[in-house]
Design a protein around this ligand. Structure first.
Ligand code: HEC
Length: 141
């Protein structure tokens, strides 16, 4: 009995240390994630001069969500067009034009002016609004 007690105590401390390490690890990861998201937003805003938060809401209003899967936009599970997850790292837009802020804004406003054969329609979004949506898409890493 006397030997058992310190052993039980030691194993409990091991658990406590493990839990503590897990909490510290989670904290560091969460902090890193927040910093990563902030950097992405600053970069996206600088690239487009648009407002990512407004863009996220506009993506819902103009029906982008009906055709695309867009992380962060509630209900955006559309399967008609490609998923826009990780769009910031995409090399081409619609497989035809190099992914740059100006081209993306033009694509969102009028995709057929870039590729007349694309299935993506003109949604009626204005150029100014397309700028905000582009800002949001560039936060998707
Ligand atoms: C009726 C369905 C439909 C709607 C609505 C729609 N899209 Fe698309 N979208 C598509 C299709 C289909 C493609 C693929 C086009 C191609 O490859 O020619 C596409 C392609 C794209 C691409 C290029 C993706 C890539 O990886 O190359 C972007 C960006 C995009 N859409 C953004 C938007 C935004 C923003 C809106 C809302 C303003 C929107 N789309 C509305 C169907 C749609």
């Amino acid at each position: 009995m006397r030997i058992a007690e310190p052993t039980r105590f030691r194993s409990r401390s091991v658990y406590l240390v493990l839990i503590l390490l897990l909490l510290i690890g989670t904290g560091i990861y969460a902090g890193y994630q927040v910093k990563f998201d902030q950097d992405a937003r600053i970069r996206a805003t600088a690239l487009t001069m648009g407002d990512p938060d407004l863009g996220r809401r506009l993506a819902k209003r103009y029906g982008c969500a009906g055709c695309h899967n867009i992380p962060g936009v509630p209900g955006a599970q559309g399967m008609v067009g490609p998923s826009l997850q990780g769009f910031a790292a995409r090399v081409y837009i619609g497989g035809v034009a190099t992914n740059s802020p100006d081209t993306l804004i033009q694509w969102i406003e009028n995709p057929r002016s870039i590729d007349p054969k694309t299935a993506m329609p003109v949604t009626g979004i204005s150029r100014a609004e397309a700028r905000h949506v582009a800002a949001y898409l560039y936060t998707l890493q």
